[in-house]
Write a protein that binds this ligand. Structure first.
Ligand code: SAM
Ligand code: SF4
Ligand code: SF4
Length: 361
């Protein structure tokens, strides 16, 4: 791997990039396959029956993933997010979860271990995931209207099954589940208040995500982005909300709490989150790295190239060599795509980026 030279490895300390951002969060894509065809992510005309997915031998094994995650933890990573593609399609995923649940942070604390899923087979999997040690869950859900949900996943998949998945996860003890709604203007923005009403007071935190120009195939247009400020306005016309402070540095969502009868945030009513990657870029404290399905390290969701960690893993490199390589790559990082796109919207048209389903959302 052609890692840049000359960056000292601060073993035992968190590594920082050129913008002084620490490496805290690792997103691991465990499959590039999915049973949905959300048009903003894997449009059907591109991801059709002729689309070539990675062969199984190219995927990192569970042992390779766990080894890599351990090395990341030694460089300051305290949070692991399993994603994809649809991660629950990876066979026996709970075995990987069990291995990752054993890892610790630099301070000896347990890792924050979480997973993002479309919820389609969550009802079947929730118990095994919980037993394996998964701590938290995010479920993607763009609409409560069955016809619209079927249209948005483009596989005629019913919304009731995803809602049952969320209920099953709550029943086995997952608390503070997050639900992600990608808002596309003119497609599902009329559902914003209904979604909020449905999840208010349910123990689930609903987060509204601006439609992003990830990948090269989703036909993104700025006109289809409903800015988070407009989402908030619509919510405030229906509910009393109060701003809440961030829970962790580098948090992607801006939090608002529902106000109760006493005029203060009422935790029993919960909160919502706004993820404004287009209109309020949050690159300045982005602490996220991504490990693709075939073991490439990506420094930004909008990157076009990654660093081949699998080659090191499979060529006999020592833990120290791999840790050093990761630290060097992160040490040279200066990515801030969303900030640059805010200044130069034409960047969105120059799309040689890898797909989100491959790099991991
Ligand atoms: N399949 C899983 C799921 O849908 O939850 C995990 C992978 S998916 C790529 C991760 C997250 O990325 C989902 O919440 C999805 O809604 C979001 N996402 C995908 N494409 C997006 C886009 N163009 N803009 C904003 N969010 C997007
Ligand atoms: Fe699949 Fe998730 Fe992408 Fe939808 S957003 S196509 S569910 S990977
Ligand atoms: Fe991080 Fe890249 Fe997103 Fe900026 S654009 S927040 S650097 S992933």
């Amino acid at each position: 791997m052609p890692a840049p030279a000359g960056v000292a490895l601060p073993h035992g300390n968190a590594v920082h990039d050129l913008r002084q951002r620490p490496l805290r969060d690792l997103r691991i894509s465990v499959t590039d396959r999915c049973n949905f065809r959300c048009s903003y992510c894997m449009p059907k005309d591109v991801f059709d029956k002729d689309h070539v997915y990675l062969p199984h031998g190219d995927l990192l094994s569970f042992e390779e993933i766990t080894r890599t995650a351990r090395l990341f933890s030694q460089l300051g990573v305290g949070k692991l997010r399993i994603t994809g593609g649809e991660p629950l399609l990876r066979k026996n995923l709970e075995a990987l979860i069990a291995q990752l649940a054993e890892l610790q942070t630099l301070d000896g604390a347990p890792m924050d271990l979480t997973l993002t899923t479309n919820g389609s087979i969550l009802a079947r999997k929730a118990r095994a995931l919980k037993d394996a040690g998964l701590k938290r869950l995010t479920v993607s859900l763009d609409s409560l209207s069955d016809p619209l949900f079927r249209q948005m996943n483009d596989m005629d998949f019913p919304v009731a099954t995803v809602l049952q998945g969320i209920e099953a996860a709550q029943a086995v003890g997952f608390a503070n589940i997050k639900v992600n709604m990608v808002v596309k203007r003119g497609v599902n923005d009329h559902e914003i208040v209904a979604m909020a009403r449905h999840f208010r007071g349910s123990g689930v935190t609903l987060r509204f995500i601006e439609f992003m120009d990830v990948g090269a195939t989703n036909g993104w247009r700025l006109e289809e982005v409903l800015p988070s400020d407009a989402v908030l306005e619509r919510l405030q016309s229906a509910f009393a909300l109060t701003p809440l402070s961030a829970t962790a540095p580098g948090e992607t969502a801006v939090r608002w709490g529902y106000v109760g009868a006493n005029g203060q945030h009422d935790p029993s009513l919960g909160e919502i989150g706004l993820i404004s990657s287009v209109t309020h870029a949050f690159c300045h404290d982005c602490n996220r790295a991504r490990l693709s399905t075939e073991g490439k390290l990506f420094l930004c969701l909008f990157a076009s190239e990654g660093w081949d960690l699998r080659a090191l893993l499979r060529n006999g490199a020592s833990d120290s060599d791999i840790r050093q390589a990761i630290a060097q790559v992160w040490g040279q990082r200066s990515d801030n795509y969303s900030e640059r796109r805010s200044q130069h919207p034409e960047l969105a048209q120059q799309r040689q980026r890898v797909e989100m389903s491959y790099i991991g959302g």
